[in-house]
Design a protein around this ligand. Structure first.
Ligand SMILES: [Zn+2]
Length: 424
């Protein structure tokens, strides 16, 4: 607090003098603007402490630009975000951001084996939690479906409100938030889960949910198996409807200049399990596709795809007519020279391979050629993740936002399409 060196005792301090009689230059006499400028350098908790020192500091701690700076620096809360709130930066910081600001980002519910995706953002005067779901199978290029699940805001009396939005819009009710042991987990607990019910009974809700999940374009022959899987998923998810733990999901951003597919979140077709979400990142020469949503065979968090980007190959159409032809290929004959990472080449779905969603997309997007093809392994397992094994696969890139996995052992091919929604 003193801008002059030297020893001082409290009696002298009160008289603005050092022991040697010289004047103390007291920071409290500085202009408010200058003090505010200094206070902007403090952390939120230091600012709260300093505000208790004296009346002058309390006055400075109420300057809006001090809180504005803190909101932006610590929580990336911008003036654009602020314009939709009906209160001050100080209230937003102290009543909302300090406790809930770290929630901003993407999260995964800890629901085994299904996982999931929750995005928490500033939105129109509140922090909003939105759950995202893959589009109905097989429309892998369609946008994600979304549902707002909670809202954190302050009311007209500047009281913080934690509101659960599950259920009808007229049935908004409170929820409890509990931070986890680290910044990377938290738990949500609804105070009135009975208000979530939209149908008159569970069966009605199940029917409604199944309708949403299947959309309208499902092949009739796939319905029975898919229905059974959906029933199981519905009842497991219902167990986490009232309370659920979440862990932070770090979705890679940025570009990989020398790679044909960019990191990030993708939607992929997983046969009877519908469309699942996979996070793509690079680890040395390997591309990893980790499941963000999973199924009873291969759960969320498992490494579904491992593509060896240093093993690019080039195939003719005649190599691809059937799986047996593909299996007979010798790596030595099809690998590209090591200085080449990708090669545009013809692509066809072998006649004995089950096409998961590709034919529908190929009506709109040219899938007769790919820009690169790589040796890969895909994770498969029996129900309950029994006997998991990595099986030979081909990783096929159509453009930087779309690729396929040819699961040789499963006789099937999955198509993946980038998630375009801004989740952060
Ligand atoms: Zn609720």
């Amino acid at each position: 607090m003193l801008l002059h060196g030297g020893i001082v005792n409290m009696d002298d301090f009160k008289h603005n003098k050092y022991c040697d009689g010289s004047e103390i230059l007291n920071i409290q006499t500085f202009p408010l603007e200058l003090l505010a400028h200094v206070f902007k350098l403090l952390s939120g908790s230091d600012l709260a402490s300093v505000a208790q020192v004296c009346k002058r500091f309390y006055e400075v701690s109420n300057v809006e630009t001090v809180w504005q700076t803190l909101c932006l620096r610590e929580y990336k809360f911008t003036s654009e975000d602020f314009n939709t709130w009906n209160t001050s930066y100080k209230i937003i910081y102290t009543k909302v951001l300090r406790k809930y600001g770290n929630l901003i980002g993407t999260w995964q519910p800890k629901i085994n084996p299904y996982g999931g995706l929750l995005s928490i953002k500033f939105d129109k005067g509140a922090i909003i939690g939105t759950q995202y779901f893959a589009p109905p199978d097989p429309n892998v290029c369609d946008p994600l479906r979304k549902k707002k699940v909670f809202k954190i805001t302050v009311d007209d009396d500047n009281i913080t409100r934690l509101l659960c939005l599950k259920g009808k819009p007229s049935n908004v009710h409170p929820f409890l938030f509990t931070p986890g042991g680290s910044m990377d987990d938290f738990s949500f607990k609804c105070c009135k889960p009975d208000r979530h019910r939209k149908g008159s009974n569970k069966q009605e809700e199940l029917q409604q949910w199944i309708h949403e999940e299947l959309g309208i374009d499902i092949l009739p022959c796939a319905v029975d198996y898919r229905l059974e899987l959906l029933r199981i998923q519905f009842f497991i998810n219902m167990q986490f409807d009232a309370s659920c733990n979440f862990r932070r999901l770090h979705i890679p951003t940025g570009k990989e200049a020398n790679q044909p597919v960019q990191p990030g979140l993708y939607k992929g077709t997983y046969g009877g399990h519908g469309i699942e979400l996979v996070m793509v990142s690079y680890h040395g020469n390997n591309l990893h596709g980790v499941k963000v949503t999973g199924d009873p065979n291969v759960p969320a968090d498992q490494l579904s795809i491992q593509a060896h980007m240093n093993e690019p190959m080039v195939l003719n159409t005649s190599d691809q007519h059937s799986l047996s032809e593909l299996e007979a290929l010798s790596k030595d004959n099809v690998l590209l020279p090591s200085d080449q990472r990708k090669a545009r080449q013809p692509f066809i779905v072998p006649r004995d391979v089950m096409d998961r969603g590709m034919s529908k997309v190929s009506e709109r997007i040219d899938l007769t050629h790919c820009i690169g093809r790589y040796f890969a392994t895909g994770l498969i397992a029996m129900d309950g993740f029994k006997n998991p094994s990595r099986t030979p696969s081909h990783f096929i890139v159509f453009n930087e936002n779309m690729f396929a996995m040819l699961w040789i052992e499963l006789h099937s091919i999955s198509l993946y399409c980038r998630v375009e929604e801004e989740l952060m």
